[in-house]
Design a protein around this ligand. Structure first.
Ligand code: TXA
Ligand code: MG
Length: 328
């Protein structure tokens, strides 16, 4: 591997899968598609590669990473599954991450879990992610392939915009289907806790578990979800949520067919879903925020989005994007 990084973008064919596996084995950084968002992958057992990954993202190193594996059998070698976790396994492969106590003699580098006694595990369903995992053989740690604090990438172009020059390879399979990051559930012996709403709605998880999910309690001594910084997933523009009108100078992030007063004067408009389809809205969210940024918007009026289904995750991301910015 050369030191000066020459970024390769490859269409997701067999040659790209082979190149990705080789690059990972050499300690390189490979962006690849999952069904949720593009991930920035590194060999989960290679501490030096993970250090480069943190540097490329500009990520605070206390923020641990998700280890992606090919199947539940491999996941069971890395984490200890309680009864609740075993039930949730039926939703794999898919947009679900489980936080579990780390298994003894875990091959994953300590840097990946930021020194925690727990590990985040996910079996993605995207065929390209699965092919890379199967060919490579080791678990792959992969945060979303954006600069820390930016909006997650749902296309290879988004990855180039954020990380070009900092990583080795991008495997391009077009836009991701879900568009929001995975749902994260902690199963640590007590009631399972919803750490991050995401691509699998709460109702499906609760149905699978046969019980309600707990919410993270404020003031927990253990930082269960270190990634839940208040300001996150942020575009450059300021967001004004639940807007019932568009103020002069604002751009509009719309939802549904009925636009609010002032919409005709918006400096740019993107509609999450003209038909108010919440799944389509999730897939469009991050791309539309990037597009409004690119249009030069400094303030974005955001129409209300219903909370049902994937709406919980969409509203979570919007609230984080609207939160006062923490200094980097
Ligand atoms: O859909 C996704 O989950 C994407 C794709 C690429 O798989 N990945 C992703 O990774 O969103 P990332 O790093 O952007 O977000 C992972 C979140 C972070 O907020 C991190 O703090 C949290 O998972 N996390 C990881 N390990 C954890 C642990 N042991 N305990 C609590 N939270 C953990
Ligand atoms: Mg992220």
């Amino acid at each position: 591997m050369s030191l000066a990084l020459e970024l390769r973008v490859m269409a997701a064919d067999r040659a790209a899968i082979v190149a990705a596996a080789r690059c990972l084995a050499a300690g390189g950084l490979v962006a690849f598609p999952t069904e949720t968002v593009y991930g920035l992958g590194a060999d989960a057992t290679n501490g030096a590669a993970i250090a480069r990954l943190y540097a490329a993202k500009g990520r605070p190193s206390f923020n641990p990473l998700i280890a992606h594996v090919a199947d539940a059998t491999t996941a069971r070698e890395l984490g200890r599954f309680d009864a609740a976790a075993e039930r949730l396994v039926s939703l794999w492969p898919g947009p679900l991450t489980l936080v579990l106590p780390k298994a003894a003699n875990n091959a994953v580098a300590d840097l990946a879990t930021a020194g925690l006694e727990t590990i985040a595990l996910r079996v993605p369903s995207h065929p390209v992610a699965r092919d890379i995992l199967n060919l490579f053989g080791n678990p792959i740690v992969a945060p979303s392939a954006n600069r820390s604090g930016h909006v997650s990438p749902t296309t290879a172009e988004h990855v180039v915009a954020d990380l070009g020059g900092r990583i080795d390879l991008i495997v391009d399979a077009g836009p991701t289907s879900v568009g929001l990051e995975s749902t994260i559930v902690a199963c640590l012996g007590e009631a399972p806790i919803l750490l991050r709403p995401g691509g699998i709605p709460r109702a499906i998880l609760e149905q699978t578990l046969g019980r309600p999910l707990a919410d993270p309690s404020v003031g927990d001594s253990a930082p269960l979800a270190p990634g839940r910084l208040a300001s996150h997933y942020a575009p450059k523009a300021r967001l004004r949520l639940s807007a019932d009108r568009v103020h002069p100078g604002e751009a509009l992030l719309a939802f549904g067919p009925n636009l609010p007063p002032g919409a005709d004067k918006a400096i740019a408009t993107r509609n999450l879903s003209l038909t108010a389809d919440i799944i389509e809205a999730a897939a469009n969210l991050f791309g539309h925020l990037r597009a409004l940024d690119a249009a030069g918007a400094t303030a974005i009026a955001v129409m209300p989005v219903p909370q049902a289904g994937l709406g919980e995750a969409i509203n979570d991301r919007l609230q984080r994007a609207a939160a006062p910015r923490s200094s980097p």
